[in-house]
Design a protein around this ligand. Sequence first.
Ligand code: SAH
Length: 204
Amino acid sequence: MVNFTNLRKRMIKDLRNRDITDKKVLNSMSKVPRENFILKEFKSHAYDDSALPLLEDQTISQPYTVAFMLQVLELKQGLDVLEVGTGSGYNAALISEIVKPGKVFTFEINKKVYDFGKSNLKNYKNVKVIHGNGSKGVKNRKFDRIIITAACHEIPKNLIKQLRDPGVLVLPVGYPVQTMVKIIKKKGKIETENWGSFVFVPLR
Ligand code: SAH
């Protein structure tokens, strides 16, 4: 039997030894059992620092990339968050732990992946899983934080409109390698920062 608790502790230690310093991110990753978001056949690899296959040729990002994005996103208790690309639901579960009682809206475009993510997230009461195209956003709602977990050709303008002021949007932009882009809305202005190179499955 694999001891997931020990593997999870080791993952946290490895993340700390790199550049993950945000305590809220580390605490949430210590709490959420990543093995519950992984397909049966890959569960024993749940804590490897690698991307793992999901259904329908999609992938769940490696723990370091997940932690890095959440750190750049500057999450806090009480914030409302929009995620585009539910996938396994692991990232949404991590966000949910940090922001509750804030709300998480997460969109998944692929029906089979949506069913998988939704069932993995059933115990996370502040998460709403929606089947559909997330780059259009949610009508009549704004968010403090937005995260896109699939590679974008360009920055979706609709989603900048969905950001509150102040607000932060984090997304991977470009092909075949993506730059992690952080967009900050503050006092009516938009600032853009680049946070290094990553590889994601494409946004549709
Ligand atoms: N955050 C996920 C990993 C996401 S992989 C996790 O924690 O496991 C990227 C996902 O984005 C894929 O499942 C893909 O189907 C989905 N996707 C791609 N384009 C999308 C869009 N426009 N709207 C919603 N989901 C999208």
